[in-house]
Design a protein around this ligand. Structure first.
Ligand SMILES: C[S@@+](CC[C@H](N)C(=O)[O-])C[C@H]1O[C@@H](n2cnc3c(N)ncnc32)[C@H](O)[C@@H]1O
Length: 492
C-alpha cells in the first residue's frame, strides 16, 4: 500500500531547515532571473546568445555529440564534462542540488483496478489514480473518515475509484458540465458492466455525487454546507469523524490547489485532512506581498515576507519537465526546431517592419511544420491575419540558409534556462508546504512549534504527537510518467 513517508519534507542535501531552503531557492531564482525570464522568440532580435557567458557558449558548442550532451543535462543523472568552466559546472550542479527530490521509492505496492474501472483512462491517469486513491483511502481510514470532497474532479476518475473501489462517500465538484456529465456517463458504464457480469454482488457501498460548480474563494467554504451535509446523516455529533471530510484534488490547476489548501486551513469543523497534487502554475494569481484571501501565489507568510515575485514567464517554466527530454529525443528535437522557427520568423518580421522587437505577436498554438520553414511562415502569417505575400518563400529560404547554425545555440540556451524549471517549481511547492504547516501549527501550536522554527530536518520530533498529524510532501508518481508528481497530505 502507498504510505506516508517518514519525513514530512525531504529537503535536498545540505539543508536542515525548510525556511533556509526556501531562502536559498529564492536567491538562486533571483540571481538567474535574466535567464528564466527570456522568451526564446526574441533570440535573434534581443541577441540572447550574447547574454550567456562566452566560456559556457564555447564549451557547449564545441561538444562533439552536442545534442545528446545538452539535452541530458536536465535529466536526473546528468553527465557533466569535467573540462567545462567551473562556473558552468557550478550552475548545473547547484541547480540540480536545489531542486526537490522527485524520484519516488521503487517497487512500492499499490492497488490495481479491475479492467472495467479503467474506462476512459489513459496509462498516465491509471498510474495516478491507482496510487492516489490508495493514499486517500489510507489517510481517511487513519482518521476514521469515510467522506471525500474531490475538487476539480474532471471526468471523475479519482472520485469513481474512491467510491466504487474504496467504498468512500464522494462529492465530486467540477466547474464544467461537460466534465461532470461525462463523469456520470462513465459511472453508469462501470455500474452496467458490474451488473452484467454480476461482479461484486455486494454492490457499491460508497455514494458518488457529481456537482457542477465553479469554486471561488467566496463560495468554497459553503460547498460542504450546501451539498455535503446529507452525505452521512447517521450522526449528529460534530466531533464524530464520520462527519468530517477529507478534501482532495488530482492535478487541480492554478488557484484551485490553493483554494483547497485554504479550505483545509480555515474550515476546522468539517475538514480534517487534505490530499492534493497541483499543476498549471501559470494559471496562479500572483499577488505582491500578502493579501487576503490567501489563494494563488504566494501562500505562506514566510514567502510573502520575502517579497519575491516569480512572474508569469517563470511560472510557465515551473510547469516544464525537461528531465523527460532525454527519454523523448525525437519529440525534443522537434520542439527545439519549433523554437528556432519561431525566433527566425520574428527576426524576419522585425527586419521587414512587420513586428516590433519589443513585442512579438503571440502564437497561441503550435504550427504544423510539415512543409518546412516556408510552410511554417505561411501558416504563422495566416494566424497573425497578415497577407501571405508579407514574407515570400524565397525570403524564408534565404533566412533559413543564413541562420540555420543558430538552432544549436537556441537548443543550448533553452536547456540552460530549462534547468531552472524544477527550482521554480520547488519554490511553489515549499511555499504551499509552509502555508499548510502554518495552518496545522495554528490548530496545534504547543505540540509542534519546534518543527517550523528551529533546527529542523523534516522529522516530526514530538514523540507524543500522533504520527498521523502533520504536513507531508513527497513524489507520489513516477516523474517520467506524470511530471507534476508531488503530493501533499495534511491532517490537523
Ligand atoms: C487538470 S483537470 C484534472 C481533472 C481530474 N482531477 C483528473 O485528474 O482527471 C482540472 C479540472 O479542474 C476543474 N477546475 C479548475 N478550476 C476549477 C474551479 N475553480 N472550480 C471547479 N472546477 C475547477 C477543470 O474544469 C478541470 O476539469
Amino acid at each position: 500500500m502507498v504510505s506516508l513517508p517518514e519525513k514530512e519534507i525531504n529537503l535536498p542535501y545540505g539543508f536542515k531547515d525548510p525556511i533556509e531552503y526556501l531562502k536559498a531557492l529564492v536567491l538562486w531564482a533571483e540571481k538567474f532571473q535574466w535567464l528564466h525570464d527570456l522568451h526564446i522568440v526574441d533570440f535573434f532580435t534581443h541577441e540572447q546568445w550574447n547574454m550567456i557567458d562566452q566560456e559556457w557558449r564555447l564549451a557547449l558548442e564545441q561538444e562533439e555529440n552536442w545534442f545528446d550532451t545538452v539535452i541530458q543535462l536536465p535529466s536526473f543523472e546528468p553527465v557533466i564534462n569535467p573540462s567545462w568552466p567551473d562556473t558552468l559546472k557550478e550552475y548545473i550542479h547547484e541547480t540540480h542540488r536545489l531542486s526537490l527530490l522527485r524520484v519516488r521509492p521503487k517497487n512500492e505496492k499499490h492497488t490495481q483496478f479491475k479492467k472495467h474501472m479503467l474506462f476512459g483512462m489513459t496509462g498516465k491517469k491509471i498510474h495516478e489514480v491507482e496510487r492516489m486513491s490508495d493514499l486517500i483511502q489510507q489517510v481517511a481510514k487513519q482518521h476514521g473518515i469515510s467522506s471525500a470532497l474531490d475538487l476539480g474532479s474532471g471526468q471523475g476518475y479519482l472520485s469513481r475509484a474512491l467510491a466504487f473501489h474504496h467504498d468512500m462517500n464522494v462529492l465530486a465538484v467540477d466547474m464544467s458540465e461537460i466534465q461532470t456529465k461525462g463523469a456520470e456517463r462513465f459511472d453508469r458504464r462501470v455500474i452496467r458492466h458490474e451488473e452484467k457480469y454480476k461482479e461484486d454482488q455486494e454492490g457499491y457501498r460508497g455514494r458518488l455525487t457529481h456537482i457542477t460548480e465553479l469554486i471561488t474563494p467566496d463560495n468554497i467554504l459553503s460547498v460542504l454546507t450546501r451539498w455535503g451535509d446529507d452525505q452521512d446523516d447517521s450522526s449528529h455529533d460534530e466531533d464524530d469523524p464520520k462527519k468530517h471530510w477529507l478534501i482532495c484534488g488530482l492535478h487541480t490547476c492554478g488557484d484551485l490547489s490553493t483554494l483547497i489548501m485554504r479550505l483545509f486551513a480555515t474550515e476546522n469543523d468539517k475538514v480534517s485532512c487534505l490530499v492534493n497534487v497541483g499543476c498549471c502554475y501559470h494559471y496562479l494569481t500572483e499577488k505582491p506581498g500578502f493579501s487576503f484571501p490567501e489563494t494563488g501565489f504566494p501562500m505562506s507568510d514566510t514567502l510573502a515576507k520575502m517579497n519575491f515575485i516569480m512572474g508569469t514567464t517563470a511560472r510557465v517554466l515551473a510547469c516544464h519537465s525537461p528531465w523527460q527530454w532525454v527519454h523523448q529525443k525525437q519529440a525534443s528535437k522537434k520542439s527545439f526546431e519549433q523554437h528556432f522557427f519561431r525566433a527566425l520568423l520574428q527576426k524576419i518580421m522585425v527586419d521587414k517592419g512587420l513586428s516590433s522587437a519589443s513585442k512579438a505577436p503571440p502564437l497561441a498554438h503550435r504550427i504544423n511544420k510539415k512543409n518546412g520553414f516556408t510552410g511554417y511562415v505561411q501558416a504563422a502569417l495566416k494566424k497573425f491575419g497578415m497577407s501571405p505575400d508579407s514574407i515570400t518563400a524565397e525570403e524564408a529560404d534565404q533566412y533559413l540558409e543564413e541562420y540555420k547554425y543558430a538552432e544549436k545555440q537556441i537548443t543550448i540556451l533553452w536547456t540552460l534556462r530549462s534547468l531552472l524549471a524544477p527550482v521554480l517549481e520547488s519554490i511553489v511547492l515549499v511555499d504551499r508546504w509552509l502555508y499548510l504547516k502554518e495552518a496545522v501549527l495554528q490548530k496545534r501550536p504547543l505540540e509542534e512549534t519546534q518543527i517550523i522554527s528551529g533546527e529542523h530536518d523534516g522529522l516530526t520530533k514530538n514523540n507524543n504527537a500522533p504520527p498521523s498529524r502533520g504536513v507531508w510532501m513527497w513524489p507520489l508518481f513516477d516523474p517520467l510518467e506524470s511530471p507534476r508528481n508531488i503530493v501533499f497530505v495534511a491532517s490537523k
